[in-house]
Design a protein around this ligand. Structure first.
Ligand code: ATP
Ligand code: MG
Length: 162
């Protein structure tokens, strides 16, 4: 079982230098108490590091990246929002494909292999969750993923007479 706050801390530690080099501020908006979820810790760290790395990579200097965690009834929802270059409508469907990179100067300059999001989607889907993207060209992108909260034994109520 993993605590998402702990995961975020580790991921932030991982990308801190990258963010600092570009004077990008990272903010976290997370409820005081979050339920632990049954997920592979290392894989979830990878998801955060990859999404944060993208957010920093495709956001100009002095930009802002925000992590928002919401506790919903049956799932935990996390959004990673940036105010960077954004992704056009036509490209949005392809973004999770292996090796796909938006063909722009900014992307080429940024390097990488185009595998990050394909790996992330594989991890999230594999843990019973889902991931989607909202974006506006020139304004920024928000990647949101949901992971199911697994019901524990004591979450079940006994029904008499059944
Ligand atoms: P890698 O992650 O393998 O180092 P990459 O970052 O280019 O390489 P992905 O993480 O799969 O690959 O992202 C695919 C493409 O989606 C990127 O090349 C970029 O064009 C676009 N993209 C991803 N995240 C963002 C973002 N936050 N803002 C704008 N464009 C993005
Ligand atoms: Mg990437």
């Amino acid at each position: 079982d993993v605590n998402i706050k702990e995961i975020i801390e580790i991921a932030l530690h991982n990308v801190a230098k990258h963010a600092k080099d570009k004077s990008i501020k990272i903010m976290v908006n997370c409820p005081e108490e979050v339920p632990v979820i049954r997920t592979d810790k290392d894989k979830l760290i990878r998801v955060f590091v990859n999404l944060l790395t993208n957010a920093i990579k495709f956001t100009p200097e002095e930009g802002e990246v925000t992590i928002i965690v919401e506790d919903h009834e049956d799932h935990l929802q996390t959004s990673i929002k940036d105010n960077g270059i954004g992704i056009s409508k036509e490209k949005r469907d392809k973004i999770f494909d292996k090796f796909y990179q938006v063909d722009s100067t900014a992307t080429r300059k940024a390097g990488g292999t185009g595998l990050g999001l394909a790996i992330i989607k594989g991890i999230i889907d594999g843990q019973g969750g889902n991931i989607y993207l909202e974006s506006e060209t020139g304004k920024g992108s928000t990647f949101t993923f949901r992971l199911p909260k697994e019901l524990k034994e004591d979450d079940f109520t006994e029904i008499e007479g059944v």
